[in-house]
Design a protein around this ligand. Structure first.
Ligand code: NAG
Ligand code: NAG
Ligand code: NAG
Ligand code: NAG
Ligand code: NAG
Ligand code: NAG
Ligand code: CA
Length: 530
C-alpha cells in the first residue's frame, strides 16, 4: 500500500517533469508481482513544417521563368531586384517556405508580379501531411515584402477530400467577405470554434514592421487555460466535454488562398505593378500527431508520420483495436480524470466466461442453462453459433480479415454440390472433395478426370488412353469409332473371323447417307437469303 502511494507520487513527479500525458504505461510492483499500469498519452508537439508536402497553384505562379524584375512597396523606384529560376542565388522555389534558415539568411518563395492587373493575382499553397495532426500553438506565416490584403486559410480533416474555411483575413472584412471583423479575444468559451474574419493581420503597417500572419491557437487555449496557459487541466477537461473543440484543432491538410497582395496602404498604382507580389519565407505549424491518446511517440515511417500505438490499438492514428482484441471495445483515451486520464485499452477478444456473456454483437439475448450451469447466447445471427456466437455455423468459415464482432465474420463455404462430399469447409474455406475433384470449392477435376456434374475418370485422352484404329476421343468420355470397330477404345474389329460383316457395311452406308444429308443441309443454309 505504502509502496503504491510512493509510486504514485513518483509518477506525478515524473509527469510534471515530462509534461502531462507523456507516458503510456509503466511497470508497477504489486503484491502479485509486476504489472503494467496504463495511462492516456500523447506525443510531444513538433514543428510540422519539416514533414509537410507543399504545392503551389496555379502552375507558373512562382517567379523567375522567365526572369523578372521586381520593386518594393517602400521604395517603388528602386527596382534592382531580380527573380531568376535558373540561377540558384536568384531563384525563389516553394521549398524555401519550409527550409531551416542558416546564418540569418532569409530565404523565401516568391510569385510573379501583378503585371496582369486588373485580373486578380491569385495563388494557392496546399500543405499535406498524410496524417491527422492537432495544433498545439499558433500557425505563423511570415511574409517578406508585406502581408496579403485578402487571404483565406482552409483546412481539411480527410486528406483533402473535403475542405472548410479555417479563418478569413482581410484589411476590410465587410468588403472582402461580407463578415463582421472579429478578434479571437471577442470570442466567448461557447463560440470559440467559430470561424472568423480578422483584420488584425492584413492592415498595412510597413512591410518590415510586421511580417507575420497568425492563426491563433494560444489565444483560443487561453480562454480555458488562462492567459499563460497555466491551467491546462481546465483546457483538457473542455476538450472532453465540449463538442467539436478537439476537432477544431485537428487537420490533415492546410491551404492558403492568397487573394490580393499587399498594396502599401493605398490603392493599386497601375503605373508600377512590379511592386505587387507575394513572398513567404516561413510557415510554422506547431502540432502533435493525433493518436487518440494511445501513443506517446510519432515517428516517420516510409516517409509518413505514424503513431507508435500502445494500449493494443493500431492504425495510423491508433484508431482501432489490434487483431485479437475486440474491435467494438475501441475508444479514444480520455484526458479525464486528470492528471493521468483513462487509457481505454482495447480488451482481449474471445475469452468466454460463464457469467460475463459476450455475444460479439451477434445476439442480444442470453439464457442460463441450468443443468450445464452456463450462460449462453441465444439465436446467434450473421451465421455464427456457439456459447458466445464465437464460431461459424456449419457451411461457413471464419473471415480472416474481419474481427469477431463484424457482421461479415462468417463466409459461406459455397462447396460445389457435385464435387464435394458435404457442404462444410475447413477454417480457410477449403471443401472436402470427392475422388477426382479438386480446387478450394471442389469445382475442378484432377488430371485424368473430366467434369460432367462431378468428376469422372477419363475413358479416353491424348496421353494414356488412346482411341485406336482411327477412333476419336469425345470430351474424354468416349471413343467415336469407325464403323468397322468397336470397344471402349475401338480396339475390336467388328469383322472377326467367321462373323457376319454385312451389318457393318450397311452401317457404313447409312453414315455416308448421313454425311450427304449434312452437306445438303449446309448448302441449303448458304443459299437461303438471310
Ligand atoms: C485555389 O483553390 C480553390 C479551391 O480548390 C480553387 O477554387 C481555386 O481555383 C484555386 N486557385 C488557384 C489560383 O489555383
Ligand atoms: C499515407 O499514409 C498511409 C499510412 O501510413 C500510407 O499507407 C499511404 O501510402 C500514404 N500515402 C502517401 C501518398 O504517402
Ligand atoms: C461569441 O459570444 C459572445 C457572447 O457570448 C458574443 O458577444 C460574440 O459576439 C460571439 N462571437 C461571435 C463571433 O459570434
Ligand atoms: C497487449 O497485447 C500484448 C500481446 O499482444 C500483451 O503482452 C499486453 O499485455 C497487452 N496489453 C493489454 C493492456 O492487454
Ligand atoms: C471479410 O471481412 C471484411 C471486413 O469486414 C469485409 O470487408 C469483407 O467483405 C468480408 N469478406 C467476405 C467475403 O464477406
Ligand atoms: C484447409 O485445407 C487446405 C487444403 O487442404 C489446407 O491447405 C489448409 O491449410 C486448411 N486450413 C485449415 C485451417 O485447416
Ligand atoms: Ca525560408
Amino acid at each position: 500500500m505504502l509502496l503504491q502511494a510512493v509510486f504514485l507520487l513518483l509518477l506525478r513527479c515524473l509527469a510534471s517533469t515530462l509534461g502531462q500525458y507523456d507516458l503510456c504505461k509503466s511497470l508497477v510492483s504489486t503484491d502479485e508481482g509486476s504489472v503494467w499500469e496504463q495511462y492516456a498519452c500523447q506525443p510531444k508537439p513538433a514543428s510540422m513544417k519539416d514533414h509537410m508536402r507543399i504545392k503551389v497553384d496555379p502552375p507558373g505562379i512562382t517567379c523567375g521563368n522567365p526572369p523578372e524584375r521586381f520593386c518594393t512597396l517602400e521604395n517603388p523606384y528602386l527596382c534592382s531586384d531580380e527573380c531568376d529560376a535558373s540561377n540558384p542565388d536568384l531563384a525563389h522555389p516553394p521549398q524555401l517556405m519550409q527550409d531551416r534558415e542558416r546564418n540569418g539568411l532569409i530565404t523565401y518563395w516568391q510569385t510573379v508580379t501583378w503585371r496582369r492587373h486588373p485580373e486578380p493575382l491569385l495563388a494557392n499553397i496546399s500543405m499535406a501531411w498524410n496524417k491527422s495532426l492537432e495544433l498545439t500553438d499558433d500557425i505563423q506565416i511570415t511574409f517578406e515584402y508585406g502581408r496579403p490584403t485578402i487571404m483565406v486559410m482552409d483546412k481539411s480533416m480527410d486528406h483533402g477530400r473535403s475542405w472548410q474555411p479555417y479563418q478569413f483575413y482581410a484589411d476590410d472584412c465587410m468588403d472582402a467577405f461580407n463578415m463582421q471583423p472579429k478578434r479571437v479575444r471577442d470570442l466567448s468559451p461557447a463560440n470559440i470554434t467559430r470561424v472568423i474574419c480578422t483584420e488584425q493581420y492584413s492592415r498595412w503597417v510597413g512591410s518590415k514592421n510586421e511580417k507575420n500572419v497568425k492563426f491563433e491557437v494560444r489565444a483560443r487555449f487561453a480562454v480555458f487555460a488562462g492567459p499563460r496557459l497555466q491551467n491546462m487541466d481546465s483546457l483538457y477537461t473542455r476538450m472532453e466535454s465540449m463538442k467539436g473543440l478537439r476537432d477544431f484543432f485537428t487537420f490533415t491538410n492546410l491551404r492558403l488562398r492568397l487573394l490580393r497582395p499587399a498594396l502599401g496602404g493605398t490603392y493599386v498604382q497601375r503605373d508600377n505593378l512590379l511592386k505587387y507580389f507575394y513572398a513567404i519565407s516561413n510557415i510554422e505549424v506547431p502540432a502533435r500527431c493525433k493518436c487518440n491518446l494511445h501513443a506517446s511517440q510519432c515517428l516517420l515511417q516510409d516517409g509518413n508520420l505514424q503513431c507508435q500505438c500502445e494500449h493494443n490499438t493500431t492504425g495510423q492514428d491508433c484508431q482501432r483495436c489490434r487483431k485479437g482484441f475486440k474491435a467494438k471495445s475501441w475508444k479514444a483515451g480520455s484526458y479525464l480524470p486528470t492528471p493521468n486520464g483513462t487509457p481505454n485499452t482495447c480488451t482481449i477478444a474471445g475469452s468466454p466466461s460463464g457469467s460475463n456473456c459476450e455475444c460479439y454483437g451477434h445476439s442480444n439475448r442470453c439464457s442460463y442453462i441450468d443443468y450445464l450451469n452456463i450462460v449462453t447466447c441465444v439465436s446467434c445471427k450473421h451465421n455464427t453459433r456457439g456459447q458466445n456466437c464465437q464460431h461459424c455455423r456449419l457451411g461457413y468459415f471464419r473471415n480472416a480479415s474481419a474481427e469477431l464482432d463484424d457482421e461479415s465474420v462468417c463466409i459461406e463455404c459455397n462447396c460445389n454440390q457435385m464435387g464435394s462430399v458435404h457442404d462444410r469447409c475447413n477454417g480457410t474455406g477449403f471443401c472436402q472433395c470427392k475422388d477426382g475433384a479438386t480446387g478450394a470449392k471442389c469445382d475442378d477435376c484432377l488430371p485424368g478426370y473430366y467434369w460432367k456434374q462431378g468428376c469422372y475418370v477419363n475413358v479416353c485422352d491424348e496421353e494414356m488412353l488412346l482411341c485406336q484404329n482411327g477412333g476419336t476421343c469425345y470430351q474424354n468420355q468416349k471413343c467415336i469409332c469407325p464403323p468397322e470397330f468397336k470397344g471402349v477404345l475401338c480396339q475390336e474389329s467388328r469383322c472377326e473371323a467367321g462373323k457376319d460383316c454385312n451389318a457393318a457395311s450397311s452401317l457404313h452406308l447409312s453414315t455416308a447417307t448421313l454425311l450427304l444429308c449434312t452437306l445438303l443441309a449446309h448448302l441449303l443454309a448458304t443459299l437461303t437469303p438471310h
